[in-house]
Design a protein around this ligand. Structure first.
Ligand code: DAH
Length: 315
């Protein structure tokens, strides 16, 4: 019997022999039933035989199962030269990419990043920026007001006020964030990203401003000959105020940003003595800059987040 078990080659045969031995009508079952008629030695021998056989069955079963498994594995082929399934890799959103480029450049110039709340109070968004409630310049920006008198920040200029209030002067900072205005067309989105720069110290001049803008545009657009056009403009929080245009590859002038020397009233509103300190501020839409850099023509596509568009645009 023991030899027989060891020589069995299939699980089915093993099962059949097991049933014939230990099943209801099995040979061992019958012998165990007669055990009471045996003397002690014979009983002990039968018990041992019973246990040994069961153990052998178990061992052979494990061996045969393993053999089946190994045979199965050997039949399987793993073709490592097959192309894997195409993998959809995510990338950073174009606006995130351009923001991080802009931040890197400004930080390398010594500006430190600041942020502020998107729901602003009147003081930081308007009044401290020399735009009191009766000021006509409030009409320049179609604002979303909240019932409590707060406003969805219309300009990151609010962040320069917060920065001066918290850090004092001298200060060299840039503010980053979303801004909101009631406007919507191909070049305007009701929510858009702005960057604000501010540099206040004892002897900062307009030339420092233009120098930094030139250096910044050179790095961001990767152009060697930055040709700028400086036009006089008006902003309530700067005096003099300018608008900066950049000559594009096709010869066209592109409006890039507003800037100017910070108005003494703004400095006073932040507890800074304008007879001692002065400096400049500048502000621009960073999605607009990204549109120019990546040659896109509809700002709203940035916010639609249509993956097909993002892929086609090269992101
Ligand atoms: N806040 C202005 C806007 O939203 C942009 C701007 C213009 C910011 C001139 C400035 C500046 O700091 O000096 O259009």
């Amino acid at each position: 019997m023991q030899e027989q078990i060891k020589n069995i080659q299939t699980l089915e045969e093993l099962q059949a022999l097991y049933t014939a031995t230990f099943g209801k009508n099995g040979t061992m079952t019958a012998r165990l039933k007669e055990m009471k008629n045996l003397d002690n030695d014979a009983r002990a021998a039968l018990n041992t035989e019973n246990a040994t056989l069961r153990e052998l069955f178990k061992m052979r079963q494990t061996e045969l199962e393993n053999a089946v498994l190994m045979a199965g594995l050997q039949k399987q082929k793993l073709d490592v030269s097959l192309n894997p399934m195409p993998e959809n890799r995510g990338t950073l959103h174009p606006l995130t990419q351009s923001l991080s480029e802009i931040s890197k450049i400004l930080e390398s110039f010594g500006y430190t990043m600041h942020t502020g709340p998107e729901v602003e109070d009147d003081w930081h968004n308007f009044t401290a920026l020399n735009t009191p409630s009766y000021h006509p310049a409030r009409d320049m920006q179609d604002s979303f007001f909240l019932e409590n008198g707060n406003v969805l920040r219309t300009q990151t200029s609010a962040i320069q006020i917060r920065a001066m209030e918290s850090d004092g002067v001298p200060i060299k900072m840039f503010g980053v964030g979303a801004t909101y205005r009631k406007e919507m067309d191909a070049t305007h989105s009701p929510m858009f990203g702005q960057i604000e720069g501010l540099y206040i110290d004892k002897d900062i001049t307009m030339s420092d401003l233009i120098g930094d803008i030139r250096a910044f545009l050179k790095r961001f657009f990767e152009i060697d000959d930055v040709e700028l056009r400086i036009r006089p403009s008006y902003f309530p929080f700067t005096d003099p105020s300018i608008e900066v245009d950049l000559k594009w590859k096709n010869g066209r002038w592109l409006e890039i940003m507003g800037a100017g020397m910070v108005h003494p009233n703004v400095l006073r509103n932040c507890g800074v003595n304008p007879d001692e300190y002065q400096g400049f501020a500048f502000g621009f839409g960073w999605d607009r800059l990204a549109m120019l850099k990546y040659n896109l023509n509809d700002i709203r596509q940035f916010y639609d987040n249509d993956v097909r568009w993002l892929k086609k645009a090269g992101f």
